[in-house]
Design a protein around this ligand. Sequence first.
Ligand code: MN
Length: 334
Amino acid sequence: MSYFDSETLVDFVELLEALAGKHVAVLGHLRPDADCIGSQVALCRALNACGIEAVCLNKHDTPRVLLPFVADTPWATPDSFDADGWTAVAVDCADPTRFGPEVNALFPEFFANIDHHRSNPGYAKVNLIDAHSAATGEMLTGLFLDAGIDIDAVSAQALYAAMATDTGQFRYAATSPRVFELCAELLRRGASPALASEHLFENDPFAKLDLLRRFLDTVKLEFDGRLCYGVLPYGIFEETGTLKEDAEGFVDYCRDIAGVDIALLLEEYEPGRTKGSLRAKTATMHVDLLAKKLNGGGHAAAAGFNINEPMASVEAITLAAIKEHLATYDAGKL
Ligand SMILES: [Mn+2]
Protein backbone atom coordinates (compact mmCIF):
# COMPACT_ATOMS: atom_id res chain seq x y z
CA MET A 1 0.00 0.00 0.00
CA SER A 2 1.26 3.48 -0.73
CA TYR A 3 0.19 6.79 0.78
CA PHE A 4 1.22 9.11 -2.04
CA ASP A 5 0.93 8.88 -5.81
CA SER A 6 3.91 7.48 -7.66
CA GLU A 7 4.83 10.82 -9.22
CA THR A 8 5.22 12.52 -5.81
CA LEU A 9 7.15 9.51 -4.50
CA VAL A 10 9.54 9.57 -7.49
CA ASP A 11 10.09 13.31 -6.94
CA PHE A 12 10.89 12.66 -3.27
CA VAL A 13 13.27 9.79 -3.97
CA GLU A 14 15.01 11.85 -6.67
CA LEU A 15 15.31 14.71 -4.19
CA LEU A 16 17.03 12.42 -1.66
CA GLU A 17 19.37 11.17 -4.39
CA ALA A 18 20.15 14.75 -5.41
CA LEU A 19 21.00 15.62 -1.79
CA ALA A 20 23.53 12.77 -1.45
CA GLY A 21 26.96 14.18 -0.65
CA LYS A 22 25.58 17.66 0.06
CA HIS A 23 25.47 19.57 3.36
CA VAL A 24 21.83 20.31 3.98
CA ALA A 25 20.29 23.06 6.10
CA VAL A 26 16.68 22.13 6.86
CA LEU A 27 14.92 25.50 7.18
CA GLY A 28 11.79 26.31 9.15
CA HIS A 29 9.65 29.45 9.27
CA LEU A 30 9.48 32.32 11.77
CA ARG A 31 7.70 31.58 15.05
CA PRO A 32 7.87 27.86 14.34
CA ASP A 33 4.94 25.63 15.27
CA ALA A 34 4.88 21.89 15.91
CA ASP A 35 4.42 21.01 12.23
CA CYS A 36 7.44 23.11 11.31
CA ILE A 37 9.69 21.80 14.09
CA GLY A 38 8.44 18.21 13.77
CA SER A 39 9.03 18.21 10.01
CA GLN A 40 12.49 19.71 10.41
CA VAL A 41 13.42 17.13 13.06
CA ALA A 42 12.20 14.18 10.99
CA LEU A 43 13.74 15.29 7.68
CA CYS A 44 17.06 16.17 9.30
CA ARG A 45 17.25 12.81 11.09
CA ALA A 46 16.28 10.90 7.93
CA LEU A 47 19.02 12.68 5.96
CA ASN A 48 21.56 11.99 8.73
CA ALA A 49 20.53 8.32 8.72
CA CYS A 50 21.14 8.23 4.95
CA GLY A 51 24.68 9.53 5.58
CA ILE A 52 23.88 13.09 4.48
CA GLU A 53 25.14 15.86 6.75
CA ALA A 54 22.14 17.94 7.80
CA VAL A 55 21.24 20.53 10.42
CA CYS A 56 18.00 22.34 11.25
CA LEU A 57 18.17 26.12 11.06
CA ASN A 58 15.64 28.71 12.30
CA LYS A 59 15.81 32.39 13.06
CA HIS A 60 13.53 31.99 16.08
CA ASP A 61 14.20 29.67 18.99
CA THR A 62 12.22 26.47 19.29
CA PRO A 63 9.22 27.15 21.58
CA ARG A 64 9.66 25.70 25.08
CA VAL A 65 6.83 23.15 24.66
CA LEU A 66 8.46 21.77 21.49
CA LEU A 67 11.98 21.28 22.86
CA PRO A 68 11.29 17.69 24.01
CA PHE A 69 10.46 16.77 20.38
CA VAL A 70 13.85 17.97 19.14
CA ALA A 71 15.91 15.66 21.41
CA ASP A 72 19.47 15.37 20.00
CA THR A 73 18.64 16.63 16.48
CA PRO A 74 21.38 19.05 15.32
CA TRP A 75 20.27 22.69 15.37
CA ALA A 76 21.73 26.04 14.30
CA THR A 77 20.83 29.73 14.33
CA PRO A 78 21.57 32.10 11.42
CA ASP A 79 23.86 34.44 13.41
CA SER A 80 26.50 31.75 13.99
CA PHE A 81 26.15 29.82 10.73
CA ASP A 82 28.57 29.80 7.80
CA ALA A 83 26.35 28.81 4.87
CA ASP A 84 29.24 28.40 2.43
CA GLY A 85 28.79 25.01 0.74
CA TRP A 86 25.37 24.38 2.30
CA THR A 87 22.15 23.61 0.46
CA ALA A 88 18.77 24.83 1.73
CA VAL A 89 15.71 22.61 2.01
CA ALA A 90 12.60 24.30 3.40
CA VAL A 91 9.72 22.61 5.18
CA ASP A 92 6.23 23.92 6.04
CA CYS A 93 6.99 27.39 4.69
CA ALA A 94 4.56 28.85 2.14
CA ASP A 95 6.49 32.04 1.51
CA PRO A 96 10.28 32.52 1.18
CA THR A 97 10.14 35.77 3.18
CA ARG A 98 8.82 33.79 6.17
CA PHE A 99 12.32 32.55 7.10
CA GLY A 100 13.38 36.01 8.28
CA PRO A 101 15.94 38.31 6.61
CA GLU A 102 18.94 36.72 8.40
CA VAL A 103 18.14 33.31 6.88
CA ASN A 104 17.42 34.85 3.46
CA ALA A 105 20.84 36.53 3.57
CA LEU A 106 22.49 33.13 4.16
CA PHE A 107 20.40 31.36 1.53
CA PRO A 108 19.38 33.56 -1.41
CA GLU A 109 18.02 30.47 -3.12
CA PHE A 110 16.39 27.22 -2.07
CA PHE A 111 17.10 23.76 -3.43
CA ALA A 112 13.88 22.17 -2.21
CA ASN A 113 10.58 23.18 -0.68
CA ILE A 114 8.33 20.62 1.03
CA ASP A 115 5.00 22.06 2.12
CA HIS A 116 1.23 21.67 2.35
CA HIS A 117 0.10 25.30 1.95
CA ARG A 118 -2.02 25.88 -1.14
CA SER A 119 -0.62 29.41 -1.43
CA ASN A 120 2.98 28.10 -1.79
CA PRO A 121 4.20 29.46 -5.15
CA GLY A 122 6.95 26.83 -5.54
CA TYR A 123 9.94 29.07 -4.83
CA ALA A 124 12.65 26.36 -4.86
CA LYS A 125 14.33 24.32 -7.60
CA VAL A 126 12.46 21.18 -6.45
CA ASN A 127 8.97 21.77 -5.06
CA LEU A 128 6.93 19.08 -3.29
CA ILE A 129 3.62 20.70 -2.40
CA ASP A 130 0.52 18.78 -1.40
CA ALA A 131 -2.40 20.96 -0.32
CA HIS A 132 -4.42 17.81 0.50
CA SER A 133 -2.11 17.02 3.41
CA ALA A 134 -3.22 18.36 6.78
CA ALA A 135 0.42 18.87 7.79
CA THR A 136 3.89 18.87 6.26
CA GLY A 137 4.50 16.09 8.80
CA GLU A 138 1.81 14.06 7.04
CA MET A 139 3.66 14.40 3.73
CA LEU A 140 6.98 13.38 5.27
CA THR A 141 5.52 10.43 7.20
CA GLY A 142 3.80 9.07 4.09
CA LEU A 143 6.78 9.65 1.82
CA PHE A 144 9.22 8.03 4.31
CA LEU A 145 6.96 4.96 4.56
CA ASP A 146 6.43 4.79 0.78
CA ALA A 147 10.17 5.15 0.15
CA GLY A 148 11.06 2.57 2.82
CA ILE A 149 12.99 5.07 4.94
CA ASP A 150 13.29 4.25 8.65
CA ILE A 151 11.50 6.54 11.12
CA ASP A 152 13.20 6.46 14.52
CA ALA A 153 11.29 7.01 17.80
CA VAL A 154 12.28 10.70 18.04
CA SER A 155 11.05 11.37 14.48
CA ALA A 156 7.89 9.32 15.09
CA GLN A 157 7.02 11.48 18.10
CA ALA A 158 7.87 14.71 16.23
CA LEU A 159 5.79 13.75 13.19
CA TYR A 160 2.90 12.71 15.44
CA ALA A 161 3.03 16.15 17.14
CA ALA A 162 3.07 17.81 13.70
CA MET A 163 -0.13 16.06 12.63
CA ALA A 164 -1.86 16.32 16.02
CA THR A 165 -1.44 20.09 16.13
CA ASP A 166 -2.04 21.01 12.46
CA THR A 167 -5.33 19.05 12.58
CA GLY A 168 -6.39 20.83 15.80
CA GLN A 169 -6.03 17.52 17.63
CA PHE A 170 -7.72 15.62 14.79
CA ARG A 171 -10.74 17.93 14.59
CA TYR A 172 -10.25 20.04 11.44
CA ALA A 173 -11.70 19.18 8.04
CA ALA A 174 -8.32 18.08 6.65
CA THR A 175 -8.22 15.18 9.16
CA SER A 176 -8.41 12.29 6.68
CA PRO A 177 -8.25 8.50 7.00
CA ARG A 178 -4.63 8.84 5.84
CA VAL A 179 -3.83 11.03 8.87
CA PHE A 180 -5.04 8.27 11.22
CA GLU A 181 -3.32 5.52 9.22
CA LEU A 182 -0.03 7.39 9.31
CA CYS A 183 -0.38 8.16 13.02
CA ALA A 184 -0.99 4.46 13.68
CA GLU A 185 2.30 3.70 11.90
CA LEU A 186 4.04 6.35 14.01
CA LEU A 187 2.64 4.80 17.21
CA ARG A 188 4.10 1.45 16.10
CA ARG A 189 7.47 3.23 15.79
CA GLY A 190 7.43 4.72 19.28
CA ALA A 191 5.19 7.81 19.17
CA SER A 192 3.14 8.33 22.34
CA PRO A 193 -0.04 10.45 22.13
CA ALA A 194 -0.20 10.73 25.92
CA LEU A 195 3.38 11.99 26.24
CA ALA A 196 2.96 14.31 23.24
CA SER A 197 -0.19 15.82 24.80
CA GLU A 198 1.58 16.26 28.11
CA HIS A 199 4.41 18.20 26.42
CA LEU A 200 2.13 20.20 24.14
CA PHE A 201 -0.92 20.97 26.25
CA GLU A 202 -0.40 20.06 29.91
CA ASN A 203 2.77 21.87 30.82
CA ASP A 204 1.74 25.55 30.91
CA PRO A 205 3.41 28.19 33.08
CA PHE A 206 0.95 29.68 35.60
CA ALA A 207 1.53 33.16 34.13
CA LYS A 208 -0.19 31.98 30.94
CA LEU A 209 -3.52 32.17 32.78
CA ASP A 210 -2.89 35.87 33.42
CA LEU A 211 -2.16 36.39 29.70
CA LEU A 212 -5.31 34.46 28.78
CA ARG A 213 -7.44 36.43 31.27
CA ARG A 214 -6.26 39.71 29.76
CA PHE A 215 -6.80 38.48 26.22
CA LEU A 216 -10.33 37.25 27.01
CA ASP A 217 -11.14 40.68 28.46
CA THR A 218 -10.67 42.13 24.95
CA VAL A 219 -12.80 39.58 23.07
CA LYS A 220 -15.82 40.95 21.19
CA LEU A 221 -18.41 39.92 18.63
CA GLU A 222 -19.03 41.88 15.44
CA PHE A 223 -21.24 41.57 12.36
CA ASP A 224 -24.21 39.90 14.07
CA GLY A 225 -21.96 37.50 15.93
CA ARG A 226 -20.23 36.19 12.79
CA LEU A 227 -16.80 37.60 13.74
CA CYS A 228 -15.27 37.00 17.14
CA TYR A 229 -11.96 38.68 17.86
CA GLY A 230 -9.52 39.65 20.56
CA VAL A 231 -6.25 41.55 20.77
CA LEU A 232 -2.83 41.30 22.40
CA PRO A 233 -1.49 44.86 22.76
CA TYR A 234 2.22 45.62 22.61
CA GLY A 235 3.90 44.96 25.96
CA ILE A 236 1.42 42.37 27.25
CA PHE A 237 3.96 39.53 27.25
CA GLU A 238 6.46 41.51 29.28
CA GLU A 239 3.76 42.69 31.69
CA THR A 240 2.54 39.16 32.33
CA GLY A 241 5.96 37.48 32.28
CA THR A 242 4.98 35.27 29.34
CA LEU A 243 6.31 34.56 25.85
CA LYS A 244 4.61 35.01 22.47
CA GLU A 245 4.38 31.24 22.18
CA ASP A 246 2.14 31.20 25.27
CA ALA A 247 -0.61 32.77 23.14
CA GLU A 248 -0.63 29.78 20.76
CA GLY A 249 -4.23 28.62 20.36
CA PHE A 250 -5.85 31.73 21.88
CA VAL A 251 -7.65 32.46 18.60
CA ASP A 252 -9.52 29.18 19.06
CA TYR A 253 -11.44 30.63 22.01
CA CYS A 254 -12.98 32.96 19.43
CA ARG A 255 -13.42 30.26 16.79
CA ASP A 256 -15.21 27.97 19.25
CA ILE A 257 -18.18 30.32 19.83
CA ALA A 258 -21.53 29.27 18.36
CA GLY A 259 -22.54 31.21 15.27
CA VAL A 260 -19.03 32.52 14.59
CA ASP A 261 -17.83 32.23 10.97
CA ILE A 262 -14.48 33.99 11.35
CA ALA A 263 -12.17 34.27 14.35
CA LEU A 264 -9.41 36.87 14.52
CA LEU A 265 -6.52 37.57 16.86
CA LEU A 266 -4.49 40.76 16.45
CA GLU A 267 -1.10 41.14 18.11
CA GLU A 268 1.05 44.26 18.00
CA TYR A 269 4.37 42.43 18.29
CA GLU A 270 6.52 45.52 17.84
CA PRO A 271 5.36 49.14 18.08
CA GLY A 272 3.74 49.84 14.71
CA ARG A 273 3.82 46.20 13.55
CA THR A 274 0.72 44.07 13.90
CA LYS A 275 0.15 40.41 13.11
CA GLY A 276 -3.27 38.92 12.47
CA SER A 277 -4.35 35.29 12.79
CA LEU A 278 -7.55 34.26 11.02
CA ARG A 279 -9.56 31.09 11.58
CA ALA A 280 -12.78 29.80 10.06
CA LYS A 281 -15.01 26.89 11.00
CA THR A 282 -15.25 25.74 7.39
CA ALA A 283 -12.87 25.88 4.46
CA THR A 284 -15.69 27.41 2.35
CA MET A 285 -15.14 30.67 4.24
CA HIS A 286 -11.70 30.93 2.55
CA VAL A 287 -9.86 33.09 5.08
CA ASP A 288 -6.76 32.50 2.91
CA LEU A 289 -8.33 34.83 0.30
CA LEU A 290 -9.13 37.33 3.03
CA ALA A 291 -5.54 37.14 4.34
CA LYS A 292 -4.25 37.62 0.79
CA LYS A 293 -6.10 40.94 0.55
CA LEU A 294 -4.27 41.95 3.73
CA ASN A 295 -0.90 40.89 2.28
CA GLY A 296 -0.82 37.48 3.96
CA GLY A 297 -1.73 33.92 3.11
CA GLY A 298 -2.32 30.44 4.47
CA HIS A 299 -5.03 27.80 4.37
CA ALA A 300 -8.75 28.09 3.64
CA ALA A 301 -9.62 27.72 7.35
CA ALA A 302 -6.43 29.09 8.97
CA ALA A 303 -4.44 32.03 7.64
CA GLY A 304 -2.47 35.05 8.75
CA PHE A 305 -1.06 38.43 7.77
CA ASN A 306 1.28 41.20 8.90
CA ILE A 307 0.67 44.92 8.56
CA ASN A 308 3.20 47.60 9.49
CA GLU A 309 0.69 49.76 11.36
CA PRO A 310 -0.27 50.06 15.01
CA MET A 311 -3.06 47.91 16.43
CA ALA A 312 -5.86 50.50 16.18
CA SER A 313 -5.44 51.12 12.46
CA VAL A 314 -4.93 47.40 11.69
CA GLU A 315 -8.13 46.70 13.62
CA ALA A 316 -10.03 49.19 11.44
CA ILE A 317 -8.48 47.89 8.18
CA THR A 318 -9.12 44.27 9.10
CA LEU A 319 -12.72 44.74 10.23
CA ALA A 320 -13.52 46.56 6.99
CA ALA A 321 -11.93 43.71 4.98
CA ILE A 322 -13.86 41.09 6.98
CA LYS A 323 -17.16 42.93 6.47
CA GLU A 324 -16.56 42.95 2.72
CA HIS A 325 -15.44 39.29 2.76
CA LEU A 326 -18.62 38.17 4.58
CA ALA A 327 -20.74 40.08 2.05
CA THR A 328 -18.87 38.42 -0.85
CA TYR A 329 -19.36 35.04 0.82
CA ASP A 330 -23.09 35.69 1.34
CA ALA A 331 -23.42 36.64 -2.31
CA GLY A 332 -21.87 33.29 -3.26
CA LYS A 333 -19.01 35.05 -5.00
CA LEU A 334 -15.94 33.82 -3.07
MN1 MN B 1 1.87 23.09 8.70
